[in-house]
Design a protein around this ligand. Structure first.
Ligand SMILES: [Zn+2]
Length: 58
């Protein structure tokens, strides 16, 4: 998973961002922000170190 990049049209929501993090997706490229539920920066930056303690341990 270290080299996997996910391309999507809309920014993943909070649940998806968390799931992507837990399975180890390192990079997500999205076409547009999700103003209501965006989990990769628009609402909450789930990918940032601030939220690291909520991630699953591997
Ligand atoms: Zn989602």
């Amino acid at each position: 998973m270290l080299t996997t990049t996910l391309y999507v049209t809309i920014e993943p929501c909070l649940m998806c961002a968390s799931a992507l993090r837990q399975i180890g997706i390192q990079r997500v490229v999205f076409g547009a922000g999700n103003e209501r539920f965006g989990g990769n920066g628009t609402v909450l930056p789930i990918h940032s170190r601030k939220y690291q303690r909520y991630a699953a341990k591997h």
